[in-house]
Design a protein around this ligand. Structure first.
Ligand code: NAD
Length: 358
């Protein structure tokens, strides 16, 4: 382990407690002294959001949420916030909802309290994303980091099992990519391996009983560690691939991450022995890829991008867009040929350990 490093920890308040979202949110709003509160949530979560926001005065409810935050959606939310002179944003929902609050904060500096309902982890990062004309742009800005996160695992009880699995594996991907991201360091690696352990345990518990809060709590705890680790380490090869697949091909975020992860792990692991060993240990397996494949198999995880709208015709364009974005320090050199092989394998759900990359 290299113990010469530079590390930045992002400042954020976290309130964690199952069944406590309404109480914790009301206390936070009072602490901010906010008078004009905008709640961002999707139409389908409005009744859940109303229960969470029961103790606060809401000036504006905004429900126009779209995955990957199209710029038009962001502009509409910004105009609504400006028109109502909003001084506090609250987002209640998954990563798409958090992403919209971030887009408003990016241009206005209005603080955010995030109440996540998936395991996407956007609430713990200072990364924003916007999509325009089929291209997703991301950036880093501390204005978009929610000032407070209110975690309540009970809010994820209604997340369907397949979405819970995909979202939890999206969090596992944050952990694994953190181990070789451009700013990987021992602190974010420590968070990442505990994240992998908690997520594997939590997801197995959710699979066994989706209606029990214990597995949801473990998974949400792991998702937070994953996101903190990822925010610090930066996007590695895995996220660069999924970013293009989501932004250009409009593939669903969590399922894409879940399907691609075994391919990137199998590709990089032989060239990243420390990351490999720590991932294997966190998964309780002899090798990292064996542990991940076992977990994905048990969870019936997404395993082929063709099931989510990706097609062979898209591989060449994806390669062209992903290749220049691969971080220079990726453990294993990436070429157009091996990236095409990886993407074709992920498209078809081929066994990632059988890809030869000759
Ligand atoms: P999402 O927010 O679109 O939610 C996925 C689906 O689950 C939606 O249909 C939603 O309505 C539903 N859902 C959410 N919570 C639910 C609940 N508790 N019960 C029932 N249904 C529920 O998807 P996501 O995977 O959470 O987030 C993806 C988005 O977040 C992408 O745009 C991605 O780029 C972004 N993201 C950003 C970061 C970052 O650091 N900036 C990190 C992770 C994800």
């Amino acid at each position: 382990m290299n113990l010469t490093f530079e590390h930045t920890t992002l400042g954020q308040r976290v309130l964690f407690g199952s069944g406590r979202a309404a109480e914790n949110l009301a206390a936070e709003v009072a602490r901010f002294g906010a008078t004009k509160v905008m709640v961002i949530t999707s139409e389908s979560h409005l009744s859940m959001a109303r229960k969470v926001a029961v103790g606060i005065d809401v000036t504006l409810w905004h429900t126009d949420v779209v995955m990957h935050v199209p710029v038009e959606t962001a502009e509409a939310a910004r105009a609504a916030a400006g028109g109502a002179e909003i001084d506090l944003l609250i987002c209640i929902g998954g990563g798409s909802t958090t992403g919209l609050a971030k887009a408003v904060a990016l241009s206005t500096g209005i603080p955010i309290i995030a109440v996540p309902t998936t395991y996407a982890g956007s609430e713990a990062t200072n990364v924003w994303g916007l999509t325009e004309a089929g291209r997703k742009t991301t950036g880093v800005d501390n204005r978009v980091l929610p000032a407070t996160v209110v975690y309540d695992a009970a809010l994820t009880l209604e997340l369907p099992l397949d979405m819970s699995v995909a979202s939890g594996l999206n969090a596992v991907a944050h952990c694994i990519d953190s181990l070789w991201g451009p700013r990987a360091d021992p602190i974010n690696a420590a968070l990442a391996v505990e994240g992998i352990r908690a997520l594997a345990e939590g997801l197995r518990l959710i699979k066994a009983d989706p209606s029990a809060v214990t597995g949801r709590e473990q998974t949400l705890y792991g998702a937070y560690l994953a996101a903190v680790s990822f925010a610090s380490a930066g996007s590695g090869m895995h996220h660069k691939i999924c970013h293009v697949l989501g932004g250009t091909f409009n593939l669903p975020h969590a399922q894409t991450h879940a399907a691609v992860l075994p391919y990137v792990l199998a590709f990089n692991a032989p060239a990243a022995p420390e990351a490999e060993a720590r991932t294997a240990a966190a998964l309780g397996s002899d090798t990292a890829i064996e542990g991940l494949q076992l977990l994905c198999g048990e969870l019936d995880a997404p395993n082929a991008l063709k099931d989510y709208g990706f097609a062979l015709e898209g591989v060449a364009e994806a390669v062209e867009l992903v290749l220049p974005a691969i971080p220079a320090g990726n453990p294993r050199p990436v070429s157009a040929a091996n990236l095409a092989e990886l993407l074709t394998g992920a498209l078809n759900g081929a066994d990632p350990t059988n890809l030869t990359y000759t």
